[in-house]
Write a protein that binds this ligand. Sequence first.
Ligand SMILES: Nc1nc2c(ncn2[C@@H]2O[C@H](COP(=O)(O)OP(=O)(O)OP(=O)(O)O)[C@@H](O)[C@H]2O)c(=O)[nH]1
Ligand SMILES: [Mg+2]
Ligand SMILES: [Zn+2]
Length: 356
Amino acid sequence: MHGGPHGPAPPDLEELGLDARVAAAFAPFDESGLTLGRVCKVAKGAHTVVTADGEMLAEPSVRLVKSVDGTDGMPAIGDWVALRAAEGDAQALIDAVLSRSSAFVRRDPGQSAGSQVLAANMETVLLAHALDTPLNARLLERELVLAWESGATPVVLLTKADLSDDPDAVAEEVRSLAGDVAVHVTSALDGSGVEDVGAYARRAHTIAILGASGVGKSTLINLLVGEVVREVGEVRETDGKGRHTTVDRELVVLPGGGLVIDTPGLRALALWDADVGMERAFADVYGLALECRFRDCGHGSEPGCAVRAAVEDGSLPERRLESCLSLERELAALEGARRAKQRRGAGGRGRGRPPG
Ligand SMILES: Nc1nc2c(ncn2[C@@H]2O[C@H](COP(=O)(O)OP(=O)(O)OP(=O)(O)O)[C@@H](O)[C@H]2O)c(=O)[nH]1
Ligand SMILES: [Mg+2]
Ligand SMILES: [Zn+2]
């Protein structure tokens, strides 16, 4: 983590977001003599945790690894954790991950039916898209679903305004699929819009910036801090694939006292649990579905389908319905994969829940 310009004062955990909720979650661990800390860096699987005594390297304890089911119980950037102090040269051990106020979770690309927390305990999730390429609306829709599901408030950032002829047109396009989510247009070249983004990182509040590689996440963080604390990519022709500059996750302290999480560029964003997120992100579709004659209407050829009627009269873009149905199918497939995994777990090694 990068501190302010005033040298190594002992960290004030309240400045880092410690509040009554976290304190209450930590209380039982406090009684067992554990130390409270916040994960401020995750690099190649190594965790750095900031405590009232300063920063230290820490690794998940065997107890934690054994007790969590899947990866989303493992410590992620922004997590509050209970630490067991190191003995000798050993690293401190993370014994528990405290319950999260919010978490941006995707399906783990490396695991068939596991999940992965990309950032935790933030008030705002900034979804960054660059204006030098056409808007990837399908990706933005996914991001919005998971951002709403996270429990934090989504905000859309359109970066590189200097490379676009008509940022307003793209902002309009975003509004058409993001509902009443705030949209901000920024340019690192002249700094426009940056202050508005910084306003989300009020003292002790955490914001997380997510988006594809090369959209300018780290550049924006450097502008917010006022100095280069995060490496940024070279200027290059866009090849559509992006070259990943940021490979670690870091919680950066801003001069005004807020916190911002920088993450590596997203390559894939498969859905994880997202019922709440779907209802928020597709409130237009679900609102119409309430008027369908059949409660289980699939919005196909059923009679009395209010959603189809809205597509036909032009009030609901067909593309929007297609996105919603396709994400619903993805969630159904995920549910199937999870059930299959549970069955495998329940057989063979006998770790499943007892019957009944
Ligand atoms: N013209 C222009 N270039 C920008 C702007 N913001 C960022 N860039 C450039 O875009 C490139 C990528 O910026 P980064 O900040 O490294 O992007 P990132 O989103 O952090 O990328 P990853 O770390 O790979 O995920 C760099 O060359 C930046 O200088 C902007 O507003 N305008
Ligand atoms: Mg970066
Ligand atoms: Zn219907």
